[in-house]
Every structure is written in C-alpha cells, then in structure tokens.
Design a protein around this ligand. Sequence first.
Ligand code: SF4
Length: 284
Amino acid sequence: MSLPEFSDLKKLINWEKVAKQIATPEECEKLLSADDFKEAKKLVWLAAETWLPRDYVEFNIHGVEEKYEVLLKDCKRNVKGYFDLRGTINGISRPFKPYKGRHFILDWKTSRNTLDQTWKDRLVGSWQHLIYAWQYNEKFGIIPSVIYRGISRNQDTREILMEIRPVDIEETERYLKQAANIITLLEPEEVWFMNKPYSCNAYGKECIRLVDCEDFSMPRRLIDKGQAMSYTGIKLLGLCPERYRRDKLDAEDQKVKSDSEESLLGKGIHRGLAEIWRQIFQKN
Ligand code: SF4
C-alpha cells in the first residue's frame, strides 16, 4: 500500500488550532519568546511531515494525550503517567510488519541535542517506557510495544521501536513496589534522607535546596500521605529522597516551579502534535 502524500494530509489540518495549542496556555504566552514559538511550530511541522503519512495507514489510534492513574496492588498507591498516543499497528510498512495487530504506546521526546546513540541508550535504559507498559498491561491486560519518537532542535528526527517482555513487566512492578515502600517508610518523617553532597549537583545543576540542606534550615513538615507516584517522582526519589519531599511540599503549597525554556518548548510541541493527531485520527 502506498502512503498518502503529506501535501494532501496537511490540507485536512486546521493549523490555526495547532498554533493555538503550541502557544495559548498562559505559561507559553508569558514565557515563550517569538523565536521559540516559531521554532516549536517548525518542529511540529517536521514531525508531522516525517511520520503522519505512515501513521495514517499504519496506526489505529485509540487515544491521544491521555493521563492515567493505575493502582499498584498491595501498596494502596496509584502510579500516574501520560500516553501521548496509543493504538494498534496494521503491520503494512517497515519497520512495523512484524508487529501486525500489536498494541502500542508512543512517547514524543524533544531534545536540544543530536539524537545519537547516547540519546538512544538513555531512553532504552530508562524505566519510563517500562512504567507506561506496566500501566497499559494493568489497565488493558495486554503488553504493548513502545515507540519513542525524538525531535531535535537541530531538525533531526529518530524513532525507536521496543518490544516489551513479560519479565520487563514483572521487574517494573517490583521496582514500583520498592519505590512505594520507601515512600511509605519515609512519610512519617519530617525530614527525609539527604543524599548530600553526592546529588546536590546532579546533571551539572546546583539543587535549589542547597542552602537549606547545608545549614539544616529545611521546613520540618510531613507531606500528604498516599500520593500517586510518577516516573519523574521516582527518579527524583532515587536521586535524593529529601529533594522528593521538598518538591511534594512545594506542590502542596501550590508553588509553581518555573519551567525552563527547554521544557516550555517541549510542552508546546507535545500539545501541537496531540492536536494534529487528534484532528486526523479522532476527527474532532
Ligand atoms: S535536597 Fe538537594 S541540596 Fe538537599 S541533599 Fe538533596 S540534592 Fe542535596
């Protein structure tokens, strides 16, 4: 089967609506510069041009940008996450032929850097897609394949298609339960384990809690018990439990964390892509 031309598909898209999704929310209006907005639109266009024609014949889309919370049994705690896209594969074109009839979840990844082997290795080794696959399996009783799609600011695109095995799901459940047990153990504490100084400059950036932790002036308060876990939260917990507690306190106090330019751009691109895929596949 031949693929439709992007020049035909693009006529089906209300691009004004797409642009509004990229920039309308308050955070973007206030913080995204005109150049960033232009760049976000360009990257959304690039992703659509690269993948939409093939998706049009290859995917049956069952959901776009859905937020989920799934109960982690025995731990009485939910695990939350996002599926950017989910559906089934028709197995018509490469590389999807061997995946005919399989369920999939897809995650968009924006990056400042090249989508090289390091980028790929970091994603393949991450718990993120395993947590999403575990959630999907809990919710629908099916282990999905996972697709990561990278869009880089240097106009590069890359796709990674991953097979998820039953052992991945079992080990992910173990990982989630152990994270939940750590949180449950620490919840009655007013200050949590501080992994200083080893985590205080993680990713080459000084932790914003450093002064508090150095002179022990951190707020001594319990966080609300039983909160849902997320991939990002568990990652933070592993890095430094006290940093996890402080983030939770900020969220409870509704202190809005200021997004980096990178993260604002990423969020805008995600919303723009969701709008296109919704328009094409969900007809509304
Ligand atoms: S909260 Fe931040 S500054 Fe404090 S110990 Fe943890 S990483 Fe270091």
